[in-house]
Design a protein around this ligand. Structure first.
Ligand code: 2P0
Length: 369
């Protein structure tokens, strides 16, 4: 009847995050519990974000989801775990304008339609799953009037994709690995908000929009199974480095921040190389180079590293840090606007874009949410 025609909707927008202390390796694959803490910076939502609309209606027959306009399956454990956890925490919802009243228990039988858009390449190593799952959990929590705080929501988003838990907060965020077997204490906490370090500028060179070859999930499973270096990293290196990074962020100490960020990116890729069979994210020449007029992808990575390392050594104090994830894009942090301008000049000199349109692939943004 008429009363059955309502649709209740919520739209949310969530930026992606870039890890400066990397998450790589799980101790529990189903709950997504990591082998070490990680720290990230949440980007400005303008450039790299997911927009998700969630809708509930008695006229929907099943839960369905569309990603970038294409229907995708929700049957996987990760989506199912997130939906179940959110539904279990749903509250009463009343929309007087629509004459809608939903009781807590009604959410179990109300179906959802979800539409999600990324304004950046999906699965190209720019943490699209991070923004996507964080946004989904956040939007559903709003729709269903879930009262849990962001930290509790982050533990739900974590079950969708590990790095997603860090996108529930802006600014600088730590994913605490936790000790419990049930994962309740494996969640995100905000270290500093988006206004804390205003000088910092993040520059991302989108090298290729093609999808990466080894997924993070598979890659880290193989690393956990085969790499001895990972055991050393998780037990000895990351615990100390996390504390040092927290200090660097607190004090806005760019020299330490840059040293730790570069070192951790390099160790993450060393751990990938220590995996059997080895994983090469930094010189993956299997990707076609669409946006950049480069002979080989590996030249970009090694050249960015050497350009930045050389430049930093020639100055009194580091000007720029680099970090690379499980995909073909370069993320750089400049200590301030002046360093960012100089960095862009250098990038444009060493990697001249082949057309004006390619200039768009340099994204200049603030880290603020
Ligand atoms: C990070 N990455 O800390 C690290 C650095 C990639 C390199 O988190 O299996 O997509 O969904 O938990 O979160 C990528 O891993 O993996 C990632 P799942 P996820 O940002």
């Amino acid at each position: 009847g008429e009363a059955e025609k309502w649709v209740l909707m919520v739209t949310a927008q969530t930026p992606t995050n870039i890890a400066v202390i990397k998450y790589w390796g799980k101790r529990d694959e189903n709950l997504i519990l990591p082998v070490n803490d990680s720290i990230s910076v949440t980007l400005d939502p303008e450039h790299l974000c997911t927009t998700t609309t969630v809708a509930a209606s008695p006229s929907f027959d099943s839960d369905r989801m569309w990603l970038n306009g294409k229907e995708i399956s929700l049957s996987g454990d990760r989506y199912q775990n997130c939906l179940r956890e959110i539904r279990a925490r749903a509250g009463d919802v009343e929309d007087e304008g629509k004459g809608v009243k939903i009781a807590k228990k009604d959410w179990e039988k109300l179906h959802l339609h979800i539409a999600s858009y990324n304004n950046f390449p999906t699965a190209a190593g720019l943490a699209s799953s991070a923004a996507g799952l964080a946004c989904l959990v956040f939007a559903l929590a709003k729709l269903m009037n879930v009262k849990d705080d962001q930290s509790k929501l982050s533990a739900i988003a974590r079950q969708g994709s590990g790095s997603a838990c860090r996108s529930l907060y802006g600014g600088f965020v730590k994913w605490v690995m936790g000790k419990d077997d049930d994962g309740k204490d494996s969640l995100a906490v905000q270290l500093a908000d988006e206004k804390h370090w205003d000088d910092l500028v993040i520059i991302i060179a989108v090298v290729s929009s093609s999808q990466k070859e080894t997924s993070s999930t598979t890659g880290m499973r193989e690393t956990v199974e085969t790499s001895l270096l990972l055991k050393h990293r998780a037990k000895e290196v990351v615990p100390k480095r996390t504390l040092q990074m927290e200090e660097a962020i607190k004090n806005r100490d760019f020299a330490s921040f840059a040293q730790l960020t570069c070192a951790d990116s390099n160790q993450f890729h060393a751990v990938c190389l220590d995996t059997s069979p080895p994983i090469f994210y930094m010189n993956d020449t299997s990707h076609s180079i669409k946006l950049w007029n480069l002979a080989l992808m590996k030249q970009l990575f090694s050249r960015i590293i050497s350009i930045v390392e050389k430049w930093n050594r020639s100055e009194e104090t580091p000007q720029v840090a680099y970090t690379f994830d499980a995909g073909p894009n370069a993320v750089m942090f400049a200590r301030n606007r002046k360093a960012a301008t100089l960095l862009l000049q250098r990038l444009l000199f060493y990697f001249p874009p082949s057309s004006a349109a390619d200039l768009d692939s340099y994204i200049l943004g603030d880290k603020s949410i």
